[in-house]
Design a protein around this ligand. Structure first.
Ligand SMILES: [Zn+2]
Length: 444
């Protein structure tokens, strides 16, 4: 396969590859260039991002004691799509947004039918990340919304040589983010550069801004989110033709949200001049590989020989540049990275649901997981009028922590902060011993 490198203005490097001159495939992702840009604007960005990634990969590899704590929790992230349009074509229909959301949930929850094409070697590593997405139901002012924010713009394109993030600011022809601590913001806009559809998306990685290195200044949170080219949003977008034809199954967004949640490309993005096999993505269930796939599905590809136990490149991974029809999995350690980054650096972005048994409705325990160890037990007044409730709490070893503590108020504070981090089991019973709620509580 012939690979062409296209250098525009020396700033934004866009790769294209082609089977022939007529059939070109655009690079899906401007992530590496975007990060270089952020480093220029915010010196220390790269170091901060690397620090966060080391913490996340340590966790993913099981070095951290927190291993598996969050395994059963489903994290649900509210999403707002900002559709910025300069013409009718860019004002993409709701149906494409809905199908994009479907594609995110299909792939993050491992509900994609094409997992059958994952090689036997890698199939046990494919993860249901238990991260899912809903369209925001309320806007930042509390008003009902369908999660789609349409804004007309006079700007012809938001694609630029230096990935300047104009789409994220009303003052620059875009539209301001909704509180990035509460929503995943996805800006859908024209990302073409000089009429070339080579840049399809990029994402803001977790950098733990509150702990920014002294002496440098953190980027503002208004930048956080994902930018997508309007032509590749959703499934079977009618604009995804020609060079974009292989980007019709919504997987550019899957890849970019992976970056947003802390993932790197499977080849580790080595700096210029460094051998690809010298740099890894830091986790061992995505085999060491030297470079990106060439937008194909070459399952005999093996770019780094690691000796005993050597494995081929995992071209099935969403974080490679293989053909989108070839990309069918996140690995379990990638899942760990994303879940760690969510809980640690984007902790107000999601709602957590634990698989638990609720025998009667009207009782809630939240937040769960709890970062500071404080959990509120809320009981509806109508229930308190009929019963008295008692709370029992045990740790993972079955040790009793609280024994039949009366819960007689509508809102009761449960303080786990003095206990070590981990999983606890709460049982709320009425005065007759009938279980009302059994819940797994997570204390981070
Ligand atoms: Zn990427």
């Amino acid at each position: 396969m012939k690979t062409t490198l296209l250098l525009i203005s020396g700033a934004l490097l866009l790769h294209t590859t082609s089977l022939n001159a007529q059939q070109q495939t655009a690079e899906p992702c401007g992530q590496v260039e975007y990060q270089k840009q952020l480093e220029q604007q915010h010196p220390g960005f790269r170091e901060q991002m690397d620090r966060v990634y080391r913490m996340a990969s340590d966790y993913a590899n099981g070095v951290s004691l927190r291993k598996n704590i969050v395994a059963d929790t489903v994290f649900t992230i509210p999403v707002v799509f900002h559709v910025l349009y300069n013409n009718n074509a860019e004002n993409i229909p709701d149906s494409l947004i809905y199908s994009q959301l479907f594609a995110l949930n299909r792939d993050f929850r491992k509900r994609n039918a094409d997992t059958t094409s994952i090689r036997t070697l890698f199939r046990p590593r494919a993860a249901d990340t238990k991260i899912q997405f809903v369209l925001a139901a309320k806007d930042p002012s509390g008003k009902a919304t369908n999660g789609i924010n349409r804004v007309s713009t006079t700007k012809a394109t938001f694609g630029s040589f230096n990935l300047n993030d104009d789409m994220k600011f009303s003052s620059r022809g875009g539209t301001d983010a909704w509180n990035t601590a509460k929503y995943l913001n996805i800006w859908v806009c024209d990302l073409s550069v000089q009429n070339i559809d080579a840049l399809l998306g990029y994402a803001y990685p977790p950098v733990d801004a509150p702990n920014w290195n002294s002496g440098s200044f953190p980027p503002s949170p208004e930048h956080e989110g994902v930018a997508l080219h309007y032509k590749i949003v959703g499934i079977n977008n009618p604009r995804a033709t020609g060079s974009l034809a292989s980007s019709r199954n919504g997987r550019t967004a899957v890849h970019e949200v992976g970056h947003f949640l802390g993932l790197r490309h499977v080849w580790g993005d080595p700096p210029n001049g460094v051998s690809g096999c010298a740099v890894d993505d830091g986790i061992d269930d995505t085999p060491l590989c030297a470079s990106q796939s060439s937008f194909d599905c070459n399952k005999s590809r093996n770019t780094c020989n690691t000796g005993a136990g050597d494995e081929p490149d995992q071209v099935e991974n969403y974080m490679d540049y293989s053909a989108h029809t070839c990309q069918t999995m996140f690995s379990k350690k990638q899942m760990n990275i994303m879940r760690f980054c969510l809980v640690t650096f984007r902790s107000s972005l999601y709602q957590a649901e634990i698989s638990s048994d609720t025998f009667i409705s009207g009782i809630r325990m939240f937040p769960n997981p709890s970062v500071d160890g404080i959990i509120t037990v809320e009981i509806e007044p109508a229930l308190l009028g009929k019963h008295r409730y008692f709370l029992t709490l045990t740790d993972m070893n079955g040790r009793l922590i609280l024994d039949a503590e009366p819960c007689i108020q509508m809102s009761q504070r449960l303080d786990l902060s003095r206990f070590s981090r981990g999983t606890y089991y709460a049982e709320l019973r009425d005065e007759n011993g009938n279980i009302a709620v059994r819940e797994k509580l997570l204390r981070f």
